[in-house]
Design a protein around this ligand. Structure first.
Ligand SMILES: Nc1ncnc2c1ncn2[C@@H]1O[C@H](COP(=O)(O)OP(=O)(O)O)[C@@H](O)[C@H]1O
Ligand SMILES: [Mg+2]
Length: 334
């Protein structure tokens, strides 16, 4: 059994390698960025490949998606996480298809692909609504649109004006090394618009499932008015309803590594906001009940609490353990 660790534009693949070393799992680092990526994969003789795709520029993400899909579907090699969920990883535009088609409760979301349709939408929309960039984190691409005037300006930025289609797109700003607020040049939003109903969010629950491990906490709204990126968390028992939603979704589609962010609204609805196969995480507990770190394991119809610290190597250790079980054919029924 040998795992291939695919390199990417960020350095997170090293966490897979460190986890393998710690667990004593045979592995090889495979150059997935270079032009010989496919030959590298084939010649490595690995049984399966683990990846953390880039989350900076849409073109890089698309290139890695294309390569991974080819490797999994055409060449038939196991990839972890799976390519279905990697296609909507860091892609809110693609996620909408899943949430809509499979009727997963979520804030009503529409993807607009033309200037005319977008202008028509904003003329009859109820305000405020939310506009989102497909890729992004820490609320850097989320705009609460409060007026038709602001909305029309955005539409012109996204789709071009006065000559339709010719646009530099809208540039967002985000924090670099938590020190400097810089424009995300090269990551402009153009030629599409994602609009979503504004929700009265009471809590944002993040529930994680990797293999048979469940973790969860709440994101707390920060000074900038958003939960994502606030760096604030609250621990305690996650609601059973949120855990069940995540268990059902991951079971239904066979997702092995998934973090699902669920809005609990003021009127008691539970709505899926994001589903990410991989997620940013600092070294801290992701489940803590009454001062005790731990995880849940689903067994005999209940979530059993096991004390311990499970966010080892930012959850990459759990992923390596799970992929090994999958490749050994021991993951059935989890
Ligand atoms: N439809 C919405 N209604 C109200 N607030 C929202 C909505 N969508 C997002 N937010 C707020 O914006 C934050 C970031 O949005 P999210 O879609 O999670 O993007 P990111 O990828 O930046 O985490 C959320 O944590 C939440 O606080
Ligand atoms: Mg989020």
């Amino acid at each position: 059994m040998k795992l291939g660790i695919l390199t990417s534009f960020n350095k997170d693949w090293k966490l897979y390698a460190e986890a393998c070393e710690k667990l004593g799992v045979e592995h090889e680092i495979v150059d997935f960025v270079g032009r010989d990526w496919l030959r590298n994969c084939l010649e490595s003789g690995c049984d399966g490949f683990m990846v953390r795709p880039p989350n900076d520029f849409p073109e890089r993400k698309a290139m890695v998606d294309e390569r991974l899909t080819f490797l999994a579907k055409n060449v038939g090699r196991p990839v972890y996480p799976g390519v279905d969920e990697l296609l909507f990883y860091e892609n809110k535009r693609a996620l909408v298809n899943w949430l809509d088609y499979y009727e997963i409760p979520h804030p009503k979301t529409v993807v607009l692909a033309s200037y005319a349709e977008a202008m028509e939408f904003v003329a009859s929309a109820s305000y405020p609504f939310v506009s989102k960039r497909a890729i992004g984190s820490a609320a850097s691409g989320v705009i609460v649109v409060k007026s038709p005037r602001q909305a029309r300006r955005l539409v012109r930025q996204f789709f071009g004006w006065p000559i339709p289609g010719i646009t530099r797109g809208k540039t967002y700003w985000s924090w670099y090394k938590k020190k400097w607020l810089l424009p995300d040049v090269g990551d402009e939003q153009k030629h599409y618009m994602i609009v979503q109903d504004f929700c009265d969010v009471r809590w944002e629950h993040r529930i994680i499932r990797i293999g048979d491990t469940f973790l969860g906490y709440r994101k707390v709204v920060g000074k900038h008015g958003f939960a994502s990126g606030s760096g604030l968390a609250a621990w305690g028992e996650p609601p059973r309803r949120a855990l069940d939603m995540v268990r059902e979704i991951t079971d239904r589609f066979g997702f092995r590594s998934m973090a699902i962010d669920i809005f609990e609204t003021a009127d008691g609805e539970y709505l899926v906001n994001e589903m990410q196969a991989l997620f940013g995480s600092v070294e801290r507990s992701l489940l803590n009940i009454d001062g005790k770190d731990g995880r849940y394991v689903w067994k005999d119809g209940d979530y059993r609490f096991e004390e311990g610290y499970w966010n080892v190597k930012r959850c990459y250790e759990l992923r390596v353990q799970d992929f090994v079980r999958v490749l050994e054919g021991k993951a059935d029924g989890r």
